[in-house]
Write a protein that binds this ligand. Structure first.
Ligand code: IMP
Ligand code: ZN
Length: 333
């Protein structure tokens, strides 16, 4: 089966984590030529074939390296276009990209500029491509409430340009999620959709945290790894959409064992809509087509089951009914 030509939906992809090493290298070369960077070459910093980033080494990669390299308008535009092209070339027909609004004072870029720039790239791409993309804005767990409310306000401001929801992400070892209640309440009140990184690591999987997060009424949850039985029952009862990421969980050792031990095997029986997703394809190196190939291989899915899995994600997109109709036409052909 050709997994690249299978029409696919990607719902859990972080913009800065989806930039390929080659693209980062090109940005670095251009900056090097202009004498604008003293950073190490991305291909040295993140060698080809190195995917074994764990929760301790993964998050600093952004704050220490990728954000320092992608720190002006031209690199933001170049890398965003490259990410969109990569998803399209992999056979993605609908993408919900997420990003944490980031001000870059050294380049005079505000968070508004950052979101506007990302949306401009997306809207140009949407106009000339069969892949349609929407944007989700992320709150980082290390943020305080005013910053989180700012993210929600940005999402409201840019809703008519393609922002569809709010995400909660970031290092699961950091932060107290209970402080974000007013931000998620405001998002709901303004009809924004909500997705939340959920039970990603043992530290972020206490009963208290998970019930707090469910009380924010998320429409989808991501990862869903370390979930106690009573919380699982609630998720199944509410038929929440699940964003499941395979390679990233295996490489980062977020699950015990390997591909065939992934909790996809458990959730697939529950009737919750599942969107197989990449998380950070630039870091973990497995395109969505490869994630489908791995799932098919390790869970014995035949062609029809694989197509049905891909189609199942339609029900949980944050896009419109019209978009769902378009996807049904493409994916049931
Ligand atoms: P950005 O939001 O476009 O800058 O993408 C990178 C950011 O996404 C990182 O700084 C993290 O906060 C977040 N992120 C990426 N992957 C993960 C993950 O697996 N868990 C939680 N947060 C993540
Ligand atoms: Zn994620």
């Amino acid at each position: 089966m050709d997994f690249r030509s299978l029409p696919k939906i990607e719902l859990h992809a972080h913009l800065s984590g989806s930039i390929s090493r080659e693209c980062l290298h090109e940005v670095w070369l251009q900056k090097k030529e202009r004498g604008e960077t003293t950073l190490e070459d991305p291909l040295v910093e993140m060698p080809a074939g190195k995917f074994d980033y764990d929760l301790d080494t993964f998050f600093p990669l952004f704050s220490r390296y990728i954000y320092s390299l992608c720190n002006d308008l031209s690199s933001l535009i170049y890398t965003t276009n490259s990410v969109l092209e990569d998803f399209q070339a992999d056979g993605v027909v609908y993408l919900e990209l997420r990003t944490t609004p980031r001000a870059i004072p050294s380049a005079n870029i505000t968070k508004v500029d950052y979101v506007q720039t990302t949306l401009d790239c997306i809207s140009k791409f949407n106009a000339s491509s069969s892949m349609k993309t929407h944007l989700i804005l992320s709150i980082d767990r290390r943020n305080d409430l005013p910053v989180a409310l700012e993210v929600v306000d940005l999402a409201i401001k840019f809703r008519d340009q393609g922002v569809v929801g709010i995400d909660l992400c970031g290092d699961p070892a950091v932060g107290e999620v209970a402080i974000f209640r007013p931000a998620f309440e405001k998002a709901k009140k303004n009809d924004l959709e909500i997705t939340i990184h959920f039970a990603e690591a043992p530290q972020s999987s206490t009963a208290q945290e998970l019930w707090t997060l469910l009380s924010y009424n998320p429409d989808r949850i991501g990862h869903v790894i370390h979930v106690p039985e009573d919380v699982r029952e609630e998720i199944v009862k509410s038929k929440l959409g699940l964003e499941l990421c395979l390679s990233c969980n295996v490489h980062a050792k977020m699950i015990a064992g390997t591909y065939s031990d992934h909790h996809f095997g458990w959730w697939r029986e529950t009737g919750c809509p599942i969107a197989l997703s990449t998380d950070d394809v630039g870091i973990f190196g497995s395109a969505l087509s490869n994630e489908y190939a791995l799932i098919a291989e390790h869970f014995g899915l035949d062609r029809k089951q694989t197509c049905d899995l891909a189609r199942g994600a339609i029900d949980t997109i944050f896009g419109s009914e019209e978009e769902k109709k378009r996807l049904r036409e493409i994916m049931w052909k």
